[in-house]
Design a protein. Structure first.
Length: 462
């Protein structure tokens, strides 16, 4: 500067110098450890362009672009799946062999030619072990398992997606094979694999927690498709939210050979959605069977109770009938006696009054004439009083007669028969006991309308 000539590189010269330095220092492929944030696979070409990062305390401190050509990707993926049991995908730690490349137009890149699946498997196992240990230290590992699953959990909050084959299988079994039990299902849509599954499933659990009174259990259902992106179910955040769920969680997230941490902390893990459906149906069927058994016992008890009550009522009716007939007979005899006495009372009174008149006449005939006038007055007074007394006595006797007639009418056998009682006669006499009856005797039972003749087969004494 200041008139001095400055030495500089053109951009192409600088790019070429960097390229030469790369070639001098990275003549051969090197092994690198990184996290593959996204695979970025393009099905049309078969190539993949992974985003590689290095994290420290969950913050990205380094990032570089890479590529895996189709032939290499097919070979690497097959070996990776064979060793780990999982598809090569997003969000995993990898140890890879790469050629360092620098291009004047495209800059620095890594061409991945191999991936060591055993490293990824170890990293996954180590991370899973750390997650389990941390949940146990926090007292959360068995928390959801300690929640009580209702005997008849038919109000279900399902975290899945309506296009999932597993979700459709669940509905088919519960609504067709279990149509009798009327299961209520509310879908809470969520991403079911990959990094987004951690946040969306956790969010749905939170929404369900706000409405926990509406449901009996939470179902996490995933079925169909491959197992790419299943590492999310080993993530601490998702597993912790499942453990803290306020309702029992039943998981059915696929056909994985090893349980994920999410499955471990769930109340019940039934692997597939079909297994979940039949697990619920078994609980429904068990409760239905118990209900049928209780109903049968209740029916038997009720029948026995009513049978015993019917027998007691029949016995009470029999005793009441016998007592009523006995009392009726006594009342009838008493009323007949009272009626006879009532008829005799006026006659006796008249005879007594006649005797008094005769005595008065006899006294008058014996006394002097001067007392005749006084005697006649007394006689008239006596006759008048006698007339009033006779009328009063006749009126009282008539009223009493009418009262007795009314009472007799109420206790008339015909009226008693009309109230549902019957009267049994043998040789024209009212039966009050079985004494004197023998097998073959014919008795007549008089009802309100008609009579029944019965032949004695057997008698019992009470």
């Amino acid at each position: 500067m200041n008139g001095e000539q400055v030495q500089f590189f053109t951009l192409s010269q600088l790019s070429l110098k960097i390229k030469r330095l790369m070639l001098e220092n990275f003549r051969h492929a090197v092994w690198v450890k990184a996290d593959m944030l996204k695979l970025n696979f393009y099905p049309r070409s078969g190539h993949a362009f992974p985003d590689l990062v290095e994290k420290q305390n969950d913050e990205v401190i380094s990032k570089i672009r890479a590529n895996i050509w189709a032939d290499d990707l097919q070979r690497i993926s097959q070996r990776f799946k064979h060793v780990t049991g999982k598809n090569l995908g997003d969000g995993i730690s990898i140890l890879f062999k790469a050629e360092v490349r620098y291009h004047e137009l495209y800059g620095l890149s890594l061409r991945i030619v191999d991936i060591d699946p055993t490293y990824t498997l170890g990293e996954m196992a180590l991370q899973k072990e750390k997650t389990v240990k941390k949940l146990k230290e926090e007292g959360l590992f068995d928390r959801n398992k300690k929640l009580v699953l209702p005997d008849f959990p038919n109000r279900l909050a399902v975290i899945s997606i309506d296009t999932s084959r597993g979700y459709r299988d669940l509905l088919k079994i519960l609504w067709w094979e279990g149509v009798l039990f009327r299961t209520e299902i509310t879908l809470f849509p969520a991403v079911l694999q990959g990094e987004k599954a951690i946040t969306t499933i956790s969010k749905r659990i939170g929404e369900i927690a706000m409405r926990k009174e509406e449901f009996d259990a939470i179902l996490i259902i995933r079925g169909g498709g491959d197992e790419a992106g299943m590492d999310c179910y080993d993530h601490y955040t998702l597993a912790r939210n499942v453990a803290l769920a306020p309702l029992p969680v039943i998981s059915g997230i696929g056909h994985a050979t090893n349980d994920t941490v999410t499955e471990m902390v769930s109340h019940s893990n039934k692997i597939t959605p079909t297994d979940v459906a039949y697990f619920l149906l078994s609980k429904y069927s068990h409760q239905y069977q118990l209900l049928q058994e209780r109903s049968a016992r209740l029916t038997t008890f009720t029948m026995m109770y009513f049978s015993e009550e019917e027998a007691r009522l029949q016995e009470a009716a029999r005793k009441l009938s016998a007592r009523s007939i006995k009392r009726f007979s006594k009342e009838y005899e008493m009323l007949a006696h009272l009626r006879s006495k009532a008829m005799e009372l006026p006659k006796r009174k008249i005879i007594q009054e006649r005797e008094k008149i005769k005595q008065a006449e006899h006294i008058l005939l014996k006394k002097p004439a001067k007392n005749t006038q006084t005697g006649l007055k007394k006689l008239d007074f006596t006759l008048e009083r006698l007339e009033r007394a006779v009328k009063h006595n006749l009126k009282a006797a008539k009223a009493k007669q009418e009262s007795l007639d009314q009472h007799i009418k109420l206790l008339d056998p015909e009226n008693i028969l009309k109230r549902g009682y019957s009267l049994s006669l043998y040789e024209g006499k009212v039966l009050r006991s079985t004494a004197g009856l023998k097998k073959g005797d014919v008795i007549t039972t008089r009802l309100a309308k008609g009579e029944i003749e019965s032949k004695i087969e057997k008698t019992k004494k009470k």
